[in-house]
Write a protein that binds this ligand. Structure first.
Ligand SMILES: Nc1ncnc2c1ncn2[C@@H]1O[C@H](COP(=O)(O)OP(=O)(O)OP(=O)(O)O)[C@@H](O)[C@H]1O
Length: 397
């Protein structure tokens, strides 16, 4: 059995050089609210550990109170961040001045010396990864009604990005840790650092592949051809996670249950989809609607991207405005089928169910900054294991 590992080999450019090139682009963003480092330092009590609320691939995130009493989430680009200055700029260019009930609001940024900091509206109830999929570490009860509201909200946010904003925006990293919940549990899509703008005269863009294993559409992961249907695929995976209350991959389960899409398809074929619905609701849900949601998840993750519905249609399906045609569902696309690859954890590492730990990044274009190698980027939330990722992919005989 051939076995090879993909390590992070991205050369780390001098931050000053990277910043000066990108600052020029930043100056083109109109009406950008700039915060001083001093103000953000005061808001977070000198970036104290007590105010730290999380850590992603970008760097640490702090809760802070701004001058006028408004709470903010303050995301500091870490010097060693693998997402880096480019993602900082993308985030600003893509979502600054875009407002929608289901999108996290970027209020402004700080660009002083080597400091690069993003400032967002503070969203009270953490992410879906930390709450619904957080293995009981949250006191929030996700009733069936709450789940439907969350699914429809995310779908609306995506439909807005895909179909209403010009040029259209593909998020590229839709996943449970990028869906934040406000005080009313309204979902807010966050983290636009990987987003791409699709010019109106183009059906797709060819790009370096980035996203998270388990949510990546196979045709995008393999060929790097990005369309809005790649987000639809990721949404489909997320939808099944929300209904089932489990992560897309769980290596602690029996083999046939480990991968959520394989499991969903298997149950769909046996007409037993109800088995997948989260037992944490103790049977208190609308069974027909829950199975319909799972079928919509399957429609969104079909292997042929053209068969996946567009997000405005998904909104209508979820809200019952249009009926779904059961007979039209075809098998989900799985990266493992596509590449004949199975993903397994490094045997020396404790298996993880943390959906936040598998950010995938490969360059399909020539002249890449990592020589076209596949790499797995750590996006750990724990401070111990930042950027040391050595997962192994196995190629079966
Ligand atoms: N606007 C916000 N309001 C409240 N908390 C936030 C906000 N933005 C981020 N957070 C918190 O910070 C954590 C880290 O967020 P971040 O977007 O940097 O990384 P991530 O999505 O968890 O991981 P990755 O970088 O791999 O996508 C989130 O899980 C959340 O708990």
């Amino acid at each position: 059995m051939g076995c090879f590992s993909f390590l992070c080999r991205r050369p780390i450019a001098s931050p000053i050089k990277r910043f000066s090139e990108l600052d020029e682009e930043l100056s083109e963003v109109q009406n950008l609210k700039l915060y001083s480092y001093k103000e953000l330092r005061a808001a977070t009590d000198d970036f104290s550990l007590a105010n730290k609320i999380g850590e992603g691939g970008f760097g640490p995130v702090y809760r802070g109170r701004l001058k006028h009493g408004k709470d903010a989430a303050i995301k500091v680009l870490a010097a060693e961040s693998r997402q880096g200055a480019r993602e900082f700029l993308t985030e600003i260019k893509v979502i600054y001045e875009i407002e929608h009930e289901n999108l996290a609001k970027l209020c402004g940024c700080c660009v002083e010396g080597n400091h690069r900091i993003l400032v967002y509206d503070y969203i009270e109830n953490n992410s879906l990864a930390q709450t619904l999929l957080g293995n009981g570490h949250s006191s929030i009860q996700f009733s069936w009604r709450t789940r439907t509201k969350i699914c429809i909200g995310i779908a609306r946010g995506l439909a807005y990005l895909h179909e209403e904003v010009r040029p259209h925006i593909v998020h590229r990293d839709i996943k449970a840790s990028n869906i934040l919940l406000d005080k009313d549990l309204t979902p807010k899509i966050s983290d636009f650092g990987l987003a791409k703008l699709i010019p109106s005269n183009m059906t797709h863009v060819s790009t370096r592949v980035a996203g998270t294993i388990g949510y990546l559409a196979p045709e995008y992961a393999i060929r790097g051809q990005l369309t809005r249907r790649a987000d639809v695929y990721s949404f489909g995976v997320l939808l099944v996670e929300i209904v089932s209350g489990r992560c897309n991959t769980n290596s602690l389960l029996p083999l046939e249950e480990q991968y959520i899409l394989e499991r969903t398809w298997d149950l769909y074929e046996k007409n037993e989809l109800i088995e997948l619905v989260d037992t944490a609701m103790y049977g208190d849900f609308d069974a027909e609607e829950a199975c319909k949601y799972l079928k919509i998840g399957l429609l969104c993750t079909q292997d042929n991207p053209k068969l996946r519905p567009v997000m405005s249609t998904v909104v209508k399906m979820l809200s019952g405005e249009i009926k779904i045609d059961d007979d039209k569902i075809t098998k989900p696309g799985l990266i493992s089928d596509f590449m004949d690859l199975k993903i397994r954890s490094n045997p020396n590492k404790t298996p993880t169910n943390d959906p936040k730990k598998n950010t995938f990044n490969t360059n399909t274009s020539s002249g890449s900054d990592n020589n076209g190698e596949l790499s797995l980027l750590s996006s750990n939330t724990t401070s111990q294991s930042t950027m040391t990722f050595t997962d192994v992919w196995d190629r079966p005989n």
